[in-house]
Design a protein. Structure first.
Length: 86
């Protein structure tokens, strides 16, 4: 088994058009988990992630919106052999 962590970051930039105003945003997050072999699975684990984002209108006057997100998950991996029945 093992533990793992992965940081991530993102940036978005969209110009205003007929469908709405433009916006700009950026964020940063961290995902981490722990897993181990279990029965026929080579990995069974749980993970959690969190991120913080700031989004603002490109030409707007409102204060930026801040979003905090969190996520919990579970996963497993098993080897079914080669595709095609070999």
């Amino acid at each position: 088994g093992g533990i793992w962590a992965q940081e991530f970051a993102y940036f978005a930039d969209r110009s205003a058009n007929a469908f709405g105003p433009g916006y700009r945003g950026h964020g940063f997050g961290l995902a981490m988990g722990v897993d181990r072999p279990f029965g026929p699975f080579y990995a069974v684990g749980v993970n959690m992630a969190g991120a913080a984002s700031d989004i603002s209108e490109s030409d707007g006057f409102d204060k930026p919106m801040t979003a905090l997100t969190a996520q919990l998950g579970a996963y497993g991996g098993i080897d079914f052999g080669a595709f095609g029945g070999e």
